[in-house]
Write a protein that binds this ligand. Structure first.
Ligand code: PLP
Length: 474
């Protein structure tokens, strides 16, 4: 029987579609067969004047939207970072949308606020973070990183919050990264008035890790020139190769010179729940902030990014601002609007709670280990095959490699490999992306979907080799 409270909305049809999607991913192309503009052309130019039936809307969802989507939540999605939404988290999202809570004040969202406290404490515990750190959920690592850097700027004592930066006698503020650091740090520097020129790129070693000696030299040089080091961003699991910056050495420099240390572990951070990977956070207690994305490799759907900070009062000092209409009688309650730019916030902790409970820490560990083992196995196939080469160490579940028959220079190999990747992606059977590793074009296979099996990785390898045979220059 259909409820009269929701006339015409067929929740069973939605649930059925979701179930079929999870059961039969092979019924769908991973990357859609569409050209730019196809989706626009398939839709009317203006909004409907009259109500349409739910059936019509669902049919168009399947026919136009799904067919025009790159399916990130597909076991053969191997591009960028392979992510996935566990079915339990999909259910949680529907429930969160039903409550439609705005988690800005405790009073507007008691359960959302307190569940966020609880699951962040759970997550921090699983990752082995210092017990007295505070975890807060943001939409993305980019915004979490921006928020941490804003607090870093505020903590320097220049009263930029009140006085701004223009028309004052302020030294240039410097942020230290490497060529492998994610681009959002530079965007944060733009937005915070730091300036792109003050984002200093420290050289890396042969394994794409920040050279601590180079960092110390740069900090010394800047100090001597009257510039003010503001923050160091160390990455655990860089975006191209997933290399790991030497945290302990970097943290020692950060403490010696009193510089904010932000650790970007957006993708790889969740691996700290594996005892065998915990060493990657060695030295973390000396950092000031750390970001980990459950929406990347912990089966929580976009968006859910966890920022942990040593001193949450600095975030409040940076962003706290309460207009009259948002004052509340609960003086000592946590009001998350005080910890960032965003006012109304989604109930993101709900899906994280569902995933942590439905998989359990052991279930999550088993998945991560499976992905890491699959990546190792894939790399071993590449290495064992004549004319193929692995281009970087692969500490987690991402492998950078290329087809490199002899007699071709790097430019020719780039054309050859991008052709191979395009041919593989055009099949719709898998989706793979690329990067550059020390200037060399690399195909990049990322494993991380909760439903990816060995047979899916084998399929990708088979398609790559077949495309290589077809593309080989004669
Ligand atoms: C993916 C990634 C980001 C960006 O994450 P968003 O949540 O999409 O902003 C930042 N840093 C690293 C190391 C990443 O891998």
């Amino acid at each position: 029987m259909k409820s009269t409270a929701v006339p015409g909305v067929d929740f069973a049809r939605v649930g059925g579609w979701i179930e079929r999607y999870f059961e039969r991913p092979d019924a769908y192309r991973v990357a859609p067969a569409v050209e730019p503009g196809d989706v626009v052309r398939a839709l009317p130019a203006s909004a409907p004047e009259n109500a349409e039936t739910f059936d019509e809307i669902m049919s168009d969802f399947e026919r136009i939207i799904v067919a025009g989507s790159t399916l990130w939540n597909h076991p053969r999605f191997f591009a960028y970072f392979a992510t996935s939404a566990a079915p339990a988290a999909v259910a949680a999202e529907a429930l969160a949308a039903t409550l439609d809570v705005k988690a800005m004040l405790w009073r507007t969202s008691p359960a959302a606020t307190e569940l966020e406290e609880v699951v962040m404490r759970w997550l921090g515990g699983l990752l082995g973070l210092p017990r007295d750190w505070t975890g807060i959920i943001y939409d993305t690592a980019s915004i979490a990183g921006f928020t941490a850097l804003a607090a870093a700027r505020e903590s320097m004592g220049f009263e930029i919050r009140e006085a701004g930066m223009a028309g004052r006698d302020l030294p240039a503020l410097r942020v230290y990264v490497t060529d492998e650091t994610h681009s959002h740090v530079e965007k944060a520097a733009i937005a915070l008035g730091i300036g792109q020129r003050n984002v200093v790129r420290i050289p890396c070693d042969g394994a794409f890790r920040m050279n601590a000696r180079g960092l110390r030299d740069a900090v010394e040089r800047d100090g001597g020139a009257g510039l003010r080091p503001m923050a160091i961003v160390a990455t655990v699991g860089t975006t191209s190769t997933t290399s790991i910056d030497p945290l302990r050495e970097i943290a020692e420099i950060a403490r010696a010179y009193d510089i904010w240390l932000h650790v970007d572990a957006a993708y790889a951070g969740v691996a700290a729940i594996l005892p065998e990977c915990r060493h990657m956070f060695d030295g973390i207690e000396a950092a000031d902030s750390l970001v980990v994305n459950p929406h990347k490799w912990m089966f929580v759907p976009m968006d859910c990014s966890a920022l942990f900070v040593k001193d949450a009062s600095l975030l409040r000092r940076t962003f706290g601002l309460v207009p009259e209409y948002l004052t509340t009688p609960q003086d000592d309650a946590v009001n998350y609007m005080d910890y960032g730019l965003q006012l109304g916030r989604r109930f993101r902790s709900l899906k994280l709670w569902f995933v942590l409970r439905h998989l359990g820490a052991e279930g999550i560990r088993a998945q991560l280990r499976r992905h890491i083992a699959l990546a190792r196995e894939f790399a071993s196939w590449v290495q064992a095959t004549p004319d193929w080469e692995v281009l970087a160490p692969h500490p987690f579940s991402v492998v950078c490699f290329r087809y490199a028959p002899s007699g071709l220079d790097d430019a020719e190999l780039e054309r050859l490999n991008s052709g191979i990747m395009d041919a593989v992606n055009a099949t719709g059977e898998v989706f793979i992306s690329h990067t550059k590793v020390a200037g060399k074009y690399a195909i990049r296979l990322a494993i991380g979907n909760i439903r990816t099996e060995r047979s899916d990785v084998e399929a990708a390898w088979h398609l790559l080799r077949r495309a290589a045979v077809e593309a080989r220059p004669s």
